[in-house]
Write a protein that binds this ligand. Structure first.
Ligand code: AMP
Length: 279
């Protein structure tokens, strides 16, 4: 496994692989990340992982400086999976002085996470575009955990004719249903226990959908009510029942199905989760 901090050396190493699967990450890897790496390796023969905590996707009052990092442990895990290349640039390598260009994917970046985290998706799209240009992957692997991000990346690739395939992989969860996330490490024990309410709420709404409910506001109510029943959970930043492609809020869930998503704070830690129903 080659661990490479510079763009020039990565480009050189890249020439050894006819096909390459890329998994972009911010490190502090868990089983969710590793599931993407296994799939990349399996499908592409060679897997590259980038580890870069991207400052431009964090807001000024967000957790960039405290975001968890453990490079040694990350590399040990990646080595055990047979990862071929790891790209570990520092901030200056990615954003040298004078860097100014950004990628704005437009209307799908506006609701949900985009409304609460202005500038977040410009940061995400810009760094992912750069990572694609640097690593030239055959396929790139993303988790359904970050549902709006998958919509933004797929749209960017389509709109800008980027020559690669985007693969979306299922959310990996803890035994109680909590979606794995590097940020789960922030949770105090009582918050960690309470956080299972996210998936419980999504499952309750899914159950209502399976029983025939197609009114989106009724499904949002199930999400709100379930979260309100957990005293450690703050009032959600949003609960959403939206079109899976446009992310516009629905009145009625039709044959296309819907993306159910929510964002909730537990103490200082903000968690997101989602599921798709129907479609
Ligand atoms: P991050 O390091 O949080 O930027 O995540 C890197 C990639 O891993 C993104 O495509 C995430 O959607 C994906 N990912 C994060 N958590 C999970 C999870 N629990 N299950 C599946 N994929 C995940």
């Amino acid at each position: 496994m080659d661990v490479i901090p510079t763009i020039a050396a990565f480009r050189q190493a890249r020439t050894r692989y006819p096909t390459l699967g890329l998994v972009p990450t911010m490190g502090f890897l868990h089983e969710g990340h590793l599931s993407l790496v296994r799939r990349a390796k399996q499908e592409c023969g060679a897997a590259a992982v980038s580890i870069f905590v991207n400052p431009t996707q964090f807001g000024p009052r967000e957790d960039f400086s405290t975001y968890p990092r453990d490079m040694e442990r990350d590399l040990a895990q990646l080595r055990s999976l047979g990862t071929d290349l790891v790209f570990t640039p520092d901030v200056n390598e990615v954003y040298p002085p004078g860097h100014a260009t950004g990628v704005d994917v437009g209307v799908v970046t506006e609701p949900l996470e985009g409304a609460v985290r202005p500038g977040h998706f410009r940061g995400v799209a810009t760094v992912v575009c750069k990572l694609f240009n640097i690593t030239q992957p055959t396929r790139a692997y993303f988790g359904q955990k970050d549902a709006q991000q998958t919509v933004v990346i797929r749209k960017m690739v389509r709109d800008l004719d980027m020559p690669l395939e985007v693969v979306i992989c299922p959310t990996v969860r803890e035994a109680d249903g909590l979606a794995m996330s590097s940020r789960n490490t922030y949770l105090a024990p009582a918050e960690r226990q309470a956080a299972a309410v996210l998936y419980r709420a999504l499952r309750a709404a899914e159950k209502r959908f399976a029983a025939g409910e197609r009114n989106a506001e009724a499904l949002r109510d199930v999400l709100r009510t379930t979260i309100a029943g957990e005293p450690v959970a703050a009032a959600p930043d949003y609960v959403s029942v939206a079109d899976r492609d446009t992310l516009r809020e629905l009145q009625t869930v039709t044959d296309g199905g819907a993306l159910l998503s929510l964002a909730v704070r537990f103490g200082k830690t903000r968690l997101i989760d989602n599921i798709v129903v129907g479609g």
